[in-house]
Design a protein around this ligand. Sequence first.
Ligand code: ZN
Length: 194
Amino acid sequence: MTRYTKTKKDKKKRARRRADAATQTTTRRSSHCKRRKQQFLTYDKFREDIIANEECVLNWCMNNNLLAKKQWCPECRTEMKLKSTKDRGDGWMWLCRRRVGLGKEHRVETSIRKGSVFEDSKLSLSEILQFIYWWCLDVPQNHIRQQTGFSKHTTCSWHMKCREICEFALLSDSVKIGGKLIFLLFKSNYVYSR
Ligand SMILES: [Zn+2]
């Protein structure tokens, strides 16, 4: 009867397997940590990256489908142009100055908020995003009021709005709201846990 004895080769193989497994676990753990870190948006980063100025707000909202990236002129049905403007609080507007046939050039302006969750609000986009930031972190309404300077009524109504949006998104198992991706407001887990 031959008895199996561990050769040097076997030992080496086992050691290599153990090392490979350890590396895989570490890689998995570190990438998971990275993901967790990336998911959390600190207030400093939020101010720096998202609400630093009107252009940042606009880009962020468009990239996250909170604002439409295209708008069509109701007069000539062609794509409107995005223009910066000092006449509107948001600093941007959709504009069409096309000539249809032999007629005069028309001028049609549309708000960048058209069709978005911000449409009916008088608050600036930056103010609303600040509210959403604190709301996503489950901060109590009175503390949000302190941070944003919003009235009780405004805080309450945005609280309801955010709740409705998230409830709808969760119930419908979809993040599409009115054709736009709302979501996940700051891609934060907090929204999901509400
Ligand atoms: Zn037009």
